[in-house]
Design a protein around this ligand. Structure first.
Ligand SMILES: [Cu+2]
Length: 247
């Protein structure tokens, strides 16, 4: 019995400590998460692993304490129940320490939040994203560099971005609430009809990635999938030229 408890406890600890160690030693955040490909993804991952480590340690401690109490105070006909008023010191400690941790986390995460959701940096490129049942529509500016004009370039489910450029998305929806989600961005933004939400990214790695809809939006939700390609500027311009020719 004791061996089984120790076995389970060490398995839980390993599952929690490994990602924390991976983060601490900089071996990338690939233990649980796909690779991060933007300038802000390491910042988000770091916050995630800090919260995971804190809650993981508390979880293991609480479960171990629970097991210890279950065994130590199990039914014993020889023992009489005693009355206790509690312990003021213990109550102050178990209130003050979590409060201090939460306040510290609030300040720390506020910095991350304002970086990601505060005023976006000046964009090199702006793309309008419109969700609809069940596809992603992307709108690029044409030769005039302005969105919402006659020479705009429209694509369906095909999102190409140049690497190392700041991109500002304007996200909305035609019908129901969708959610624009690229796991490698570590960002997710609801696409709400009648509302334009902004989200910016600065991709630093090239490759092909999936664009998912992260909001159950109807029967075809599962097949609402876009394709993101992050490529060098010249390849991006070539692709945009091809899309223009198809309009
Ligand atoms: Cu959807």
């Amino acid at each position: 019995m004791q061996r089984a408890v120790i076995g389970v406890a060490s398995a839980i600890t390993a599952a929690l400590v490994q990602p924390a160690a991976a983060w601490a030693f900089g071996s990338g955040a690939k233990v649980w998460l796909p690779e991060g490909i933007t300038t802000t993804s390491p910042v988000i991952d770091r916050l995630f692993y800090i919260v995971l480590t804190l809650t993981g340690v508390v979880f293991v401690l609480v479960q171990l304490t629970l097991v210890v109490f279950l065994v130590r105070y199990r039914r014993d006909p020889q023992r009489r129940a005693t009355y206790t008023h509690g312990n003021t010191l213990a109550e102050v400690v178990w209130t003050a320490i979590p409060a201090a941790i939460l306040v510290a986390l609030a300040f720390y995460s506020q910095g991350v939040w304002s970086l990601i959701r505060g005023t976006p940096p000046p964009p090199d490129l702006q793309v309008e994203i419109t969700g609809e049942q069940f596809a992603w529509n992307f709108r690029y500016a044409g030769a005039d560099g302005q969105l919402k004009t006659d020479d705009d370039i429209l694509t369906i489910n095909q999102l190409h971005l140049p690497v190392d450029k700041t991109v500002l998305f304007h996200i909305s929806s035609k019908d129901v609430i969708h959610s624009f989600f690229v796991p490698q961005f570590r960002m997710k933004q609801d696409a709400v009809p009648g509302l334009i939400s902004r989200m910016w990214v600065h991709p630093v790695r090239m490759g092909s990635f999936d664009v998912a809809c992260a909001e159950l939006c109807g029967l075809g939700h599962y097949r609402m999938k876009g394709f993101l390609v992050i490529e060098p500027e010249d390849a991006y311009q070539t692709w945009l030229g091809e899309m223009l020719a198809e309009q």
